[in-house]
Design a binder for this molecule. Sequence first.
Ligand code: URP
Ligand code: ZN
Ligand code: ZN
Length: 463
Amino acid sequence: MRFDTIVKGGNVVTPLGTSVTDIGIAGEQIAAIGPGLEAGAGTKIIDAKGHHVIPGVLDVHVHLELPFMGAVSADDYRTGTRAGARGGVTTLIDFAIPYAGDSLNDAADKWMARAEGKAMIDYTFHICITRYNEHKDQIKGMVDRGFTTFKEFMIYESEGWQSDDRALFGTLEKMKEYGTMLLVHAESSRVLDELIERHHTPEMMEKYGAQLHRMTRPNFIEAEAIQRVITWSEATGGQLYIVHMSTRQGTDLVKAAQARGVPVLAETCAQYLVLDDTMFDREDGHLFACCPQIKTPADQERLWKGLKDGEVSVVSTDTCTFTREQKAMWNGDWTRIPMGLPGLETLLPVTYTHGVLKNRLSLEEMTAKLSTNPAKIMGLYPRKGAIEVGADADLAIIHPDKTLTVDCDTLETNADWSPYQGWDLAGFARTTISRGDVIVDDYRVVGQEGRGKWLPRTSAGLQ
Ligand code: URP
Ligand code: ZN
Ligand code: ZN
């Protein structure tokens, strides 16, 4: 067999096990896996000796160019996908959100247009249902168009995005009917609003500043909402996926629901695994405002255990980049901080360094959480998420312990700061391969802008 590329001698993580072997690539796909693959005329050899080779990472929770809280998130499809590539991410899923008057189709068209011609890696979208009455009869059409994951927010009334229990219940019924999946941002809006109102005084803001972000979002804000939407999933049988889960209580609720057969899955994000709420005590603590906010070391440990034990299936980023200047809009009022963090570039390095190198996850478990599970759950497996014959040749090649120091000046993201500034992280991609193309070489992005493709889907969830 003739190969365009052979990745030679890496420690390769496949569904059948991890071993030192070669990967032969023909066109955009993996054509062979085995030791001693023979190069033909013109075959490019990529030396992976002494490196781990994992399937390209899927970041299934990303917001690029998102209009939000009076700003537009600062990474677009050009910088966002370059950042992803550098972090070994070869597929991302963004959220297409219908604004005033938009149908679900309009939202998908708008997000498609943002990606086309700019994306370096492959992508698709979760379709957000922001006005249930208007959108409910459009869901089937979106499934037929190749979108199998939908999203509802239990907060963000002021953005015009909020869904009530009727919408959650009705959408989950439809998910059951179509074999599709509903992603939910679970926070309890009325109590949250009440806590914000109680704290929103000049005296409190003067005294506590950005710390009010954590003071108004105690863990029960997330836990109550998770419990409630699990109830609707249990009642309807509709596949539910809790996004950006941040609390130990939420994790316990998901575990208990899964044990009684409720079709609920959960993701957490890298920031909830390694950052804690003492960040808000810093001079620049407002930069760390994201939603839900970062919690405590006890929550971190429970989330790591949830990943290990299985109730947490995915690590993503919720990338929603705002620059220092954009974050400065807060001007002392925490309710005005554009919420979100950069993350695509550091997802794999953070999870590898703090998961694998700290013995919280094996290399294979990390691969499951970053590649295989997200691909399966989002209806992209085995095209994505696996090193096996016939799969897209999407690979991340990482050195087992070589670290780079995070410096926002050298990152690909448009952010002029990083939550991990100064951290030494292993796991940056030495080489990233996307559908057979080398897009990162020797830690530098070399891929072509606009080469990324939209990925239509026909299924989602584990039903
Ligand atoms: O802080 C965040 N996460 N911003 C983006 C919106 C969301 O809730 O995911
Ligand atoms: Zn959210
Ligand atoms: Zn999000």
